[in-house]
Design a protein around this ligand. Sequence first.
Ligand code: AMP
Length: 283
Amino acid sequence: MEILKAKSAMQQWSKEKKRLLRSIGFVPTMGFLHQGHVSLMEKAKSLCDEVVLSIFVNPTQFGPTEDLDAYPCDLENDLNLARKAGVTAVFLPTKDHVYPQNFQTKIELEHLPKFLCGKFRPVHFGGVATVVTKLFNIVMPDVAVFGQKDYQQLQIIRQLTLDLDFDIKIVAGDIVREKDGLAMSSRNSYLSQAQRTSAMSLFKSMNMAKALIQSGETDPQAIGKKMETFIHGFDETAVEYICFCDPVTLEDMENLDRKFLMALAVRVGTTRLIDNCLMDPLQ
Ligand code: AMP
């Protein structure tokens, strides 16, 4: 497994693999890897000859009051997990190298960032779209794998790939959960034991919603209110949003009579957690 720090070294590596007709799968991350990331690396491995993992805590996708400086990191463990998952190159750029002095270009999508997390994190998706565009140009993958855990991000990447004509297949990876249902996240490491119990409210509330929908409830407002009350029954929780929306446009749905995305963001203490689930009431 090669470790590459310079953009030019990464590009050269990819060019050489392309010359040898080796397909390249790519998994971009911010590190502090867990089994969710591992599942994406394994998926990339099953689809491609080579797998590139990038680890880069991208400053431009964090707002001024967010956890950029506190973001957890354990490079040794990350490299071990990557090696075991079959990664063939790790791209580890520095901030100054990704954003040199006088950097001034931004990628902004017009529509998709207006919903869900974008309402509460105004700079986030511009930062994500810009860094992913740069990473695509540096790594030049054939396939890029993103987790459904960050569903809005996945949709944004699909859209920018289409809009900017990247010849890259975007593949989604299922949400990997802890045994009790909590979606794995690097940010779960911020939670105290009591907060970890409260964090379960996201998954449990989605199960409650599923039961309501299966019993015939189609009004998203009514379900959302019940979920919110349920979540607020747990200590230190504050619901940011609970949304039922079209899985492609992310626009709110008034009636749950076709396939939809249920998505929520909840603060547990100061930690912001997200989760989601695609549902089809007709199935
Ligand atoms: P991050 O390092 O949190 O920026 O995430 C890197 C990639 O891993 C993104 O595509 C995420 O959607 C994905 N990811 C994060 N958590 C999970 C999870 N629990 N299951 C599957 N994919 C995940």
